[in-house]
Design a protein around this ligand. Structure first.
Ligand SMILES: [Zn+2]
Length: 259
């Protein structure tokens, strides 16, 4: 039984004190691979350090939509040179996308930044890791011209409705499912009844969005088992069947040396 956390920010300061313990707890829980989405130019270095130190940690390169400000072109240039210099290691472009929850005033530059990162995904033939918050229609509008271009990717931490899920599946993308699926009031379990399990990826988004019963505390990759348990209920599979199918899904999307 092996699991992959396809989205965790374990290079952030939240893990400064106990990262080794966090990783070993996760490995004991069955998490064998950790995929790290980048946030901005300042996080490249701590992210890269982790990748050097750990065989099972894999880097992405991207600029988070909430970090897209006036200087976004400088940020993108720095991240692009990291991508170029490390293209043998980088497994995805992200996280990118559009976030209109925190800031609507930057929509125009968020779109420009997103489009630039789509070009990187195509140039390097890498999957795109999309952050979508209060911005599904805006994102769909940007993505639509890229149908049948070979563009692939995942809507990370998907929490949308049935129509949005159907759009993503039809486009050929995956849905990243995290701790939100365990929350009492979420409609996500009903939505997922219409999504084929072959399109689901498991993730934590650690240190954010802890699953029940740890909601409100720091999230970490070991807690992904709560999400996998919930998903196995939703899809009427055993824990290990769910683990093996989602492992294969990640294998289909992310270009790493799988074993
Ligand atoms: Zn994230």
């Amino acid at each position: 039984m092996k699991l992959v956390d396809t989205h965790c920010h374990i290079y952030l300061n939240d893990f400064n004190q106990d990262l080794d313990e966090v990783l070993s707890k996760a490995r004991t829980a069955g998490v064998e691979k950790f995929f790290l989405p980048n946030i901005d130019a300042t996080t490249l270095e701590p992210l890269h350090r982790l990748v050097i130190d750990h065989m099972d940690v894999y880097p992405m390169a991207g600029l988070h939509p909430s970090s897209v400000k006036e200087d976004y072109q400088i940020q993108l240039a720095k991240i692009y040179s990291y991508l170029k210099a490390n293209s043998d290691k980088i497994i995805a472009i992200g996280e990118t996308g559009i976030d209109l929850y925190w800031d609507t005033s930057t929509l125009e530059v968020q779109i420009a930044s997103f489009k630039e990162q789509i070009r990187w995904a195509l140039e390097f033939d890498l999957p795109l890791v999309i952050h979508s918050r209060n911005a599904f229609n805006e994102i769909a509008e940007v993505l639509n011209p890229f149908r049948n271009t070979g563009l692939k990717g995942v809507f990370h931490c998907f929490t949308g409705d049935k129509e949005q899920a159907a759009w993503i599946v039809d486009f050929g993308f995956y849905l990243g499912i995290g701790g939100v699926v365990t929350y009492k009031k979420t409609t996500l379990p009903d939505v997922l009844k219409h999504v084929p399990l072959e399109r689901i990826l498991t993730e934590t988004d650690a240190p954010y969005l802890s699953p029940m019963p740890h909601r409100g505390k720091r999230n970490e990759p070991a807690l992904m088992v709560e999400t996998v348990k919930k998903l196995s209920e939703i899809y009427s599979k055993t824990f290990s069947e769910l683990a093996s199918i989602t492992w294969n899904n990640a294998k289909n999307l992310f270009p790493i040396a799988w074993r």
